[in-house]
Design a protein around this ligand. Structure first.
Ligand SMILES: O=C(O)c1ccccc1NCC(=O)[C@H](O)[C@H](O)COP(=O)(O)O
Length: 209
């Protein structure tokens, strides 16, 4: 297994993802490492049965789930409700609903998800439900109609830095809450390139200060 989450954690990301979709080359099945509490352990799922998500949430003490399939609003709502009852309201579970964009996007779809998830994540449509390594045209986000913060994702790498810096200064990014990176920072599936991640972070942060 190539996964190196402990090394990624030294960079203190806000979220750290674990892929729980078995066909993925990044599928995670190992022991959850000890991570600082400031880092949200995020389980990535694709149309998984609710019971499977609940089992992983408890087993790995997840703080967030990222849903990459065709999960309906009812499903998100039930997930939230079930977690609340299990955790007796002691600890939240963030639900991040992913939408994959090809060319254009019908933002009307988001309306029914507004009250049942915490964040949206915009990824690029591809052969796989995630981790395809392609960017979409971020200018579609100029029409983003919601006040819900979103994650920007899909094919972001060091070669995206200039474009990303421009985007983050544009009105389309007003509700952009986080940048999600994956395959463009890998030495092998699941094994992240720490030096490149560091370079990416330092470059973005220096531009924003
Ligand atoms: O990474 C995977 O193998 C994967 C498989 C199935 C669903 C989601 C998956 N990854 C989700 C992510 O969190 C990615 O960060 C997102 O899709 C962007 O990936 P990339 O285009 O490689 O930057």
């Amino acid at each position: 297994m190539n996964h190196n989450p402990e090394a990624v954690a030294t960079l203190q990301p806000d979220y750290l993802g674990f892929i729980f979709w078995e066909p993925s080359s990044r599928y995670f099945s190992g022991e959850m490492p000890d991570l600082p509490h400031s880092i949200k352990r995020t389980g990535v799922f694709v149309d998984a049965p609710l019971e499977e998500i609940l089992e992983k949430v408890e087993k790995y003490q997840l703080d967030a789930v990222q849903l990459h399939g065709k999960e309906a609003p009812d499903y998100c709502q039930e997930l939230k409700g079930r977690i609340l009852s299990i955790r007796a309201q002691s600890r939240n579970l963030e639900v991040i609903k992913v939408f994959s964009i090809k060319d254009d996007f019908d933002f009307g779809i988001l309306k029914d998800y507004e009250d049942v998830c915490d964040y949206f994540l915009f990824d690029t449509k591809g052969k796989l439900p995630g981790g395809n390594g392609y960017t979409f045209d971020w200018s579609v986000l100029e029409k983003y109609p919601s006040q819900k913060p979103y994650f920007l994702s899909g094919g972001i790498g060091l070669d995206s830095l200039d474009k990303l810096k421009g985007f983050l200064k544009s009105p389309a990014s007003t509700m952009c809450y986080a940048i999600d990176v994956n395959s463009k920072f890998e030495l092998a599936p699941g094994q992240k390139n720490i030096e490149e991640l560091k370079t990416f972070r330092v470059s973005l942060e220096s531009d924003m200060n």
